[in-house]
Design a protein around this ligand. Sequence first.
Ligand code: HEM
Length: 397
Amino acid sequence: MQFSSELDLALFTASGEDLHDVMADAASQGPALRATFLGRPALLLTGFATLREFFARHEDFPGGEIYQFATKPHIGSTFIDMDGAEHDRYRQLAMPAFRSRAVAQFIDSDLVPLAHEVVDSMLRRAHNSDRPHHVDLATDFAQVLPFWAISRKLGLPVGTEERQRAWALALLSYPTHPAEALAAAKEVTEFLRPTLAERRAHPANDVISTMLLAERDGVRLDDEQVSAHVRLLYAVGATTTSDALSTLLHRIVTQPSLAERLRVEPEYADRVIGESLRTEPPVSVLPRLATSGGHLAEVDLPAGTLVLCGIAGANRDPQHFIEPNRFNPDRSEGEVMTFGFGQKYCPGTHLARQQLKAAVTVLLQRLTEVRPVDCRPPAGAVLRKTNRLVVEFSPAE
Ligand code: HEM
């Protein structure tokens, strides 16, 4: 598939290698190409070095501007729509519970048992169906675990995860279904009210309590600010991890030698996860705004340009990666653009990677001899994932 400036990357639904062909074709024509996003003219950046420079120069190209439109109207004001010192202050208030040590504790105490819980419920459903040895790992596992995980990490009432998942999806649909997203935001505020009151009175070991207690330069988050950050974490944290998990599982079930190696060498999962995140980044195209414009080494960005960060292209840039299209978990080139770079580098990276690892480890323990039945390759660009991963399995004894 070839690149065309009329191809709307926000609405891109083709699957498999099509997106990578489009990125490679665009890259062959230059570091920045005129493109379309939700019907608007944009500029697509595909090269690793160009994108890294764009992200790194956050004073010239502040990352918060696009979120004034993309998240603030329905999610509320959070550090994602801020820049500079204000951004850093609010990020420090909201995110300490996502540092690597806090995440490591959570993985052992909560996440592994939770992954077993999700597998139990998936197997129960299969057992009661007319195909007791078939499951859809996309809908029954990948689209469930990360939502349940963020809910537990936040400290929200157990048993309400499915409602939260519906709200997260509604919040994400804001560009196409704004009324539904605004309604979901209101429902989340109402749902959180009793939990916030309870945690203010009796703090616990969870993210909501940490946010309520945090203080920086005399600033604390009020209830509305905590609610907004909860809505943000639902929308940006759970969905991306869920999409990454679906793509990773697609790779593992369609490449049986990989599953065999992971069963005997669980630590190899770190490498497989890293390579899956490089070759199929869940956020393959990230929109940004260059309100004041400026110059990158090779590119002019006129003021007001809608910039499309071609993360999928950067992660397969032949100038940065040897044999970029080959899935090679043993490669030594380290840095990828999957989680962004610079001031807005994703603060959920540890949680995401550790979740992916726990998910794969538990799944391979519980299901033996997984055989693909109906497995679709990843599709889309802005949120790239696979929607169908039906496998036949033998349960572990
Ligand atoms: C595989 C999973 C994930 C991927 C691919 C991913 C990707 C990204 C990317 C590309 C950015 C940069 C956005 C920009 O520059 O405009 C970002 C930022 C962000 N991510 Fe993630 N993310 C993932 C998981 C998570 C998780 C689990 C959380 C929450 C715990 C999270 C919370 C955030 C937040 C709050 C920001 C905004 C950072 C800021 O404004 O400083 N992400 N993520």
